[in-house]
Every structure is written in structure tokens, then in C-alpha cells.
Design a protein. Structure first.
Length: 532
């Protein structure tokens, strides 16, 4: 087994909101018949939070996680999207299918294809606009910092005639100008699509789909260009050199809000309505557009096996009680005191035996048996393209694997640190087996995957102490005592182990070590601990 940092997939742990963090894997699938990987997540939780086997069950854990598996958004530049010769562009495919519909075709698959292509177009535009905006924002942070940096630029990857990667330098003003031109060209192309969709021969479902896409497209342009504008204006020393581009940027942003108002789209700021509509509407549109990427899941009755094992535990405990009863019945009369005491004691032991066996099964059988098995389905065909198995269990510290323990102790200052921060450990393991050939049979653009898990820490902070402690401090000069409020935080440490089985039969793996700093109010920050 070899250790390979991010060779097959890229992993990220990030803040999602005050009570949730997110673990995201970007997975590049092999071209073979089968692709498999597993993720083991070890949670080291302070005992002060009272998270243990008797207070935090499997049901609690699975209620605290949200899991998504989706296709990666295809990479198509904004300029290429408008290229009529690009076969993979959703715009070209929409035009081709609409022309068949306008020619009188009644094929229902045409309508479904246009429906999905509009969604995919929205996803591609969002991804490309976000990436452009991010690069510009990062460039504005340093542009013009010194005389030497007057022409600071950022790079975009290109290939020379020999196929070698090279860096094509773009000045930041030129990059912003090009970005705005691409947005304008794309806006013109979308307007042409609007004219085609308006034809009476186009089914209502396509008209409604276009309206959703059109509103989302406008919101995306407004949102990301506003972020670019904010970054530009923060660079006060160079703002004058961007004066014309800034005016153009403002004009494009303002035009989006006016356009949505003219089209009677709901996502318009209106103080009289409290402005709750625009955020709600944006969420609805995002879920609608993104749904084309999300794979469906179907939970099978895999839990039934666990219930059988638990039933066996109850049966063994009952057998013990019955045998004790038979034994004392042969020794004492039924109405005697010894018989009564023996039956009561056997009943007490019966419950303890049942609970002990259930814990034993939960701790040890998860090596071979999962809590549940989930089929991963292609949303367009319903075909099963993968299987997900997952298991959760608490474990004593002595049972934690040596490689995980080593990573947990990396930032200990002394050898006795652990006595000052007692923890409980639980493990969540998921195994995913995918069939890339089945995916590529129906998709030539949607190939690789994102595996996303969001975890809520709300159960962890129920018994946390108040978020601040008043700490008395004596001033070294005046001798006066003052009260300083100090944050009270807890550290939940995570060690993640990723194992990927490649097509040549070898296993590659890498680790992440994460510290979640939280208090009674939620997550304060997320820190990555270097593992090397």
C-alpha cells in the first residue's frame, strides 16, 4: 500500500454555516469497469460535551449528516459556450433540438433533452463565472501594490503547438475587459434563445424552464460581478486606472436588476416586502438548475441484517434466562424465596447480556457489515451506477489504528497532553463502488463526481458551557482588577483516511487532519493540521 497525497481525488473540509461543516471529494473516475474508494472519518470529541454510546446513537448520527453525490460541472469557457461549432456546448444542443420541435417533431425525448440542457447551461455558466470572478478578486488584492507590480497579472493555462502546458499572462485590466465582453456576448446569445423559445410551437414546459434559467443567469451575473466590483474598489490606489471598466461593470450589474423587474421575475429587491423573496427565490432556482448534476439514491433494507443480529442478541439473553429458570426450578419450589430471587437476578442479567452483545456487534461487525446500503442511480436513466455502504460505531481509544492515533497526537506539546483533554472516539466509514462504463454509456460530458457530506454539530453543543467566561485580571501598573470576557471553546478533532483502489489493483491513500473549534453558539473556525 502506498501513500499518495491527492493523486486520485482532491479533498476539502470547509465551513458551511454556523452549525455545519462540509467534506467534499472531487473524484476522477478510471476508465475501467469498476472504481472503488473508501473514507474513514474518526471523530475525537471532548468528553465534556457528553457525546457517547448512550447519548448519541446511530440514528442521531445519520440524522446529523446530509450526503450528496453529483457529477462535476463540465468545464466550458463562456466564449466557447457561444461557439456554434462546439458539439458539447449546451447552447448548440438546445438550438438543434428546438429546431426539430419547431419543425413539428412530437418526440418527448426532445423536450426532456432541452429541459436538461437548460439546467446544464445554468450550471456551466455559474461555474465559469465564479472561477473568473475568483481570479479577478485575488488579482485585485495585489495589483498595483508596488511600482514593480504595476502590471501584475494572473495566469491561465494554455497549450503550445507541442501540447506542453504554458502560462499565458493577462494583465488584470485586460482580463476584466475580456470577462465583461464575454458576459455581454453570452447575454446576447441568451436573448436569441429567448426569441426561439417564445414561438407558440414550443411546449409550455420548455418556456417555463427557460424562464427559470434566464432568471438564474441574471442573478448569477449580478452576484459575481458585484463581488468583483467590491474587490476593485478596495484597491483604492489603482481605482482611477479602472475608472472606465468600473463604470461598465456597474452598468452591467444594474441592468440585471432592471431586467428581472421588467420580466416580472420574483427575484427583485423590494424594501416593502422585507427582501426575503430574493434569497428564497435564489435558493429555489439554484436547486432547480443544479438538479441535473445530482445522482439519485435509494436506500435498501440493509439495516435488516443489523436488526437480525440484535434479535440474536436478545435471543441469547433470553436463552440464558430460561436456562437459569429451568435450573433453579429443579432445585427449589416455584413459590420459594430462592426461586424468586434466582428468576429476578436472571432477568437482570438477561438485559445486561442483551445490551452487551448489541454493543459488541456494533463495534466489531461493522468491519464486515454496514449499517445501510444505498444504490446510486443515474437520474436520466434510473440505472444503478454505484453502491454506497456506510457504518458508524464508537470505539475505545485502544482500538484506534496506530496511523490514526499518530495523526491525532501530532500537535500534542507533551506526552501527557491527552490526560488533560479526555475524548471519546467514533468512526464513520463509507465505501463507494462505481461503474464508470455505465456512466459513460449515456454521458460524454458528465463524467467525474463530487462526493459531499455536510455534518451538523448541533447535538455536540447542547451541553456545552456558556460561550464566554469572565476572567479577572490585575493591571500591572495600577493594580486595579478588571474583568475580561474570554471565549470558551471546544476542539473536535477529525482524522480522515482516504483509500482508493486503482485499476491496476494497487491501493493509494492519503490523510487529512482537521480541527473544528466550536462553542455554545456554533462553529468558530476550522483549522487544518499539517500531517507531514
Amino acid at each position: 500500500m502506498i501513500e499518495d497525497q491527492n493523486d486520485i481525488f482532491d479533498s476539502r473540509v470547509k465551513f458551511h454555516d454556523r452549525h455545519r461543516f462540509e467534506i467534499k471529494l472531487d473524484i476522477d473516475l478510471d476508465a475501467g469497469l469498476e472504481s472503488a474508494y473508501s473514507v474513514e472519518t474518526y471523530f475525537f470529541v471532548p468528553k465534556a460535551l457528553n457525546i457517547g454510546p448512550h447519548s448519541y446513537s446511530k440514528e442521531n448520527f445519520y440524522n446529523d449528516i446530509q450526503r450528496y453525490i453529483r457529477f462535476k460541472t463540465p468545464k466550458v469557457s463562456l466564449l466557447k459556450l457561444c461557439d456554434p461549432s462546439l458539439d458539447t456546448s449546451p447552447i448548440k444542443r438546445i438550438r438543434e433540438k428546438l429546431s426539430l420541435i419547431l419543425a413539428g417533431s412530437k418526440d418527448r425525448e426532445l423536450v426532456k433533452t432541452v429541459y436538461d440542457e437548460f439546467k446544464l447551461l445554468g450550471c456551466v455558466i455559474r461555474g465559469e463565472t465564479r472561477d473568473h470572478a475568483k481570479m479577478l478578486i485575488e488579482s485585485f488584492e495585489t495589483y498595483g501594490a508596488t511600482k514593480k507590480d504595476q502590471h501584475r497579472s494572473f495566469g491561465t493555462e494554455a497549450l503550445d503547438p507541442k501540447g506542453r502546458s504554458q502560462t499565458k499572462q493577462l494583465f488584470v485590466p485586460e482580463a476584466l475587459g475580456n470577462f465583461l465582453e464575454e458576459i455581454k456576448q453570452l447575454t446576447t446569445t441568451v436573448s436569441m434563445l429567448r426569441s426561439s423559445v417564445a414561438d407558440p410551437a414550443v411546449p409550455t414546459v420548455i418556456k417555463e424552464t427557460f424562464a427559470f434559467f434566464d432568471e438564474y443567469f441574471s442573478l448569477i451575473i449580478e452576484e459575481y460581478l458585484t463581488s468583483v466590483l467590491e474587490a476593485l474598489r478596495k484597491n483604492v490606489s489603482e481605482r482611477e486606472s479602472f475608472k472606465e471598466l468600473e463604470s461598465e461593470l456597474v452598468a452591467v450589474i444594474v441592468a440585471q436588476g432592471r431586467y428581472r423587474a421588467a420580466m416580472n421575475y420574483p427575484s427583485v429587491l423590494a424594501d416593502l416586502k422585507g427582501n426575503e423573496v430574493i434569497i428564497y427565490r435564489r435558493g429555489v432556482l439554484k436547486k432547480f438548475i443544479s438538479s441535473v448534476l445530482y445522482l439519485k439514491t435509494a436506500i435498501s433494507e440493509w439495516q435488516a441484517l443489523t436488526q437480525v443480529l440484535f434479535s440474536m442478541a436478545a435471543g441469547v439473553a433470553m436463552l440464558f434466562a430460561v436456562l437459569v429458570t429451568f435450573y433453579v426450578q429443579n432445585r427449589y419450589t416455584i413459590n420459594s424465596l430462592p426461586f424468586l430471587l434466582a428468576v429476578v437476578i436472571s432477568y437482570m442479567f438477561k438485559d445486561r447480556i442483551k445490551d452487551w452483545l448489541k454493543v459488541l456487534f456494533s463495534k466489531n461487525l461493522t468491519r464486515w457489515i454496514s449499517d445501510r446500503k444505498i444504490s446510486i442511480l443515474d437520474p436520466s436513466t434510473g440505472e444503478r451506477i454505484g453502491i454506497l455502504k456506510e457504518a458508524f460505531t464508537f470505539m475505545p481509544e485502544r482500538s484506534v489504528p496506530a496511523d490514526i492515533s499518530r495523526l491525532r497526537r501530532l500537535d500534542n506539546i507533551t506526552s501527557i497532553d491527552e490526560d488533560g483533554k479526555p475524548e471519546r472516539v467514533f468512526k464513520y466509514k463509507k465505501e463507494i463502488r462505481l461503474y464508470p462504463e455505465r456512466i459513460r454509456r449515456h454521458h460524454n460530458r458528465l463524467k467525474d463526481l463530487n462526493d459531499i457530506m455536510r455534518f451538523s454539530i448541533e447535538n455536540f453543543i447542547k451541553q456545552a458551557d456558556d460561550p464566554f467566561v469572565d476572567y479577572p485580571v490585575v493591571d500591572p501598573v495600577s493594580g486595579e482588577v478588571s474583568i475580561v470576557p474570554c471565549p470558551r471553546v471546544y476542539h473536535v478533532n477529525l482524522v480522515l483516511k482516504y483509500v482508493y483502489a486503482s485499476k491496476n489493483g494497487r491501493e493509494s491513500m492519503h490523510y487529512d487532519r482537521i480541527r473544528i473549534v466550536l462553542n455554545k453558539d456554533g462553529i468558530r473556525r476550522i483549522e487544518e493540521v499539517q500531517t507531514a
